[in-house]
Design a protein around this ligand. Structure first.
Ligand code: PLP
Length: 391
């Protein structure tokens, strides 16, 4: 069913004040998400933090069901953490690497993920191998297949890179990982909330996501999915009294579920906001959200491409809601600042995968305009007109 844009905008009061094309940075929260947090903060202030959490217990538990539904997972496979980086790191550092183990990564990797790989490689003697991209900039699935051998311990791929509209072929990668029995960690930080994500169809073992981007949840919230069958093959890098039960002076027992990747202290109001954001997204339907986002992004790309000194930079066979471009003779920071003065939000992204891609193939620094379903064609036209004035 097409998205009811008027209702979506009524639920997003700020949309009438600002033109927000920074949804891949942090999307505008809809009213129910804000309300869920404010109600809990008020309860904390009025009754005490522990007491408020006890009163919200059922709603806190329901967050796991909502996220499981969103990802087609089981609630026992979901952990709530502080952000996508923590989620990814908890999974990654749980794998355990020995000298000579290979970690296969994509060219368009998120910097923090690659930094963690470098640290682990230095400490353990594991080797990082970068899977080349195809001509369109997506991970080259055939090259990945050719790189597989018995030493590959982990395939760690970013679904939608930070600064580009492309969607990496997560399912095709999953088929290879499954066929060879290799662990597969998917960074879905920028795809969850704008695309339907089905962990069973993708075939990933672990998946990380954030609340604040396309899910429209609060900042400081993150999600980790870990397939139940591999839970016991992973050793979380640190354990606290949430992750384990201390059963004897010299022994603890790990929780049976993915909450072994969590820690005890948490921002309950923010997590309730996250749960509300997931329910809100499910209420629209992820397929309908994806269709709307992709149509709007295509409309924006077309409008920007018509401006003579603007180059649209998105590559990939399959594109999403992230639109990247450069304006001849202007730095992305200057473009973003000028638009911001007009109450138009977008983002300046640094050069892509600066150290993994040969200089000739590197994308420059870019302006990133990321649209969501509550944005409109009229906003796309206004955005392009404002860029045309600067160009
Ligand atoms: C692809 C990708 N992965 C991970 C992250 C990190 O997310 P968080 O800031 O929630 O840790 C980002 C943030 O921009 C991202 O773009």
């Amino acid at each position: 069913m097409p998205i009811d844009i008027e209702r979506a905008r009524r639920d997003t009061p700020a949309a009438s004040q600002i033109l927000h094309f920074n949804n891949a940075g942090a999307a505008l929260m809809p009213a129910p998400v804000l309300g869920a947090q404010l109600r809990h903060l008020r309860l904390e202030a009025e009754t005490g933090g522990y007491e408020a959490a006890a009163a919200a217990d059922e709603r806190i538990e329901a967050i796991y069901d909502s996220i499981a539904r969103l990802l087609n997972a089981d609630r026992a496979e979901i952990a709530l953490v502080e952000n996508a980086t923590v989620a990814w790191d908890m999974a990654f550092h749980s794998v355990g690497f020995a000298p000579g183990d290979r970690i296969l990564v994509a060219e368009a990797e998120y910097a923090s993920n690659h930094i963690a790989c470098l640290q682990v490689a230095r400490r353990s003697g594991a080797v990082i191998d970068v899977v080349p991209s195809d001509a369109a900039g997506e991970l080259d699935v055939e090259a990945l297949e050719r790189m597989i051998d018995s030493r590959v311990k982990l395939i760690a791929i970013t679904h939608v890179p930070t600064n580009g509209g492309l969607v990496n072929p997560a399912e095709a990668i999953g088929r290879i990982a499954r066929a060879h029995g290799i662990l597969y960690l998917l960074d879905a930080c920028q795809s969850v909330g704008q695309l339907p994500i089905d962990v069973a169809a993708i075939g990933c073992d672990m998946l990380s996501a954030t609340g604040r981007k396309y899910l429209r949840g609060p900042r400081g919230t993150g999600v980790l999915y870990v397939r139940r069958a591999i839970l016991d093959r992973l050793e979380p890098p640190f354990l606290d009294l949430q992750a384990v039960t201390w059963v004897a002076p010299d022994r603890y027992e790990m929780r049976p579920d993915a909450r072994r990747f969590e820690n005890w202290e948490r921002n309950v109001a923010a997590q309730l906001g996250l749960g509300s954001a997931v329910d809100y997204a499910l209420g629209w339907g992820l397929a309908d959200i994806a269709a709307r986002v992709q149509t709007l992004a295509a409309d924006l790309r077309r409008r920007l491409a018509e401006i003579p000194s603007v180059s649209v930079r998105d590559r990939g066979h399959r594109l999403c809601g992230i639109v990247t471009f450069t304006v001849e003779g202007k730095s992305p920071q200057d473009v973003v600042a000028a638009l911001h003065r007009l109450h138009i939000n977008c983002h300046a992204s640094g050069p892509s995968s600066p150290l993994l891609v040969a200089p000739a193939r590197r994308l420059p620094a870019l302006v990133r305009a990321s649209v969501h379903y509550y944005n409109t064609e009229d906003e796309a036209a206004r955005f392009a007109a404002a860029v045309a004035v600067l160009a």
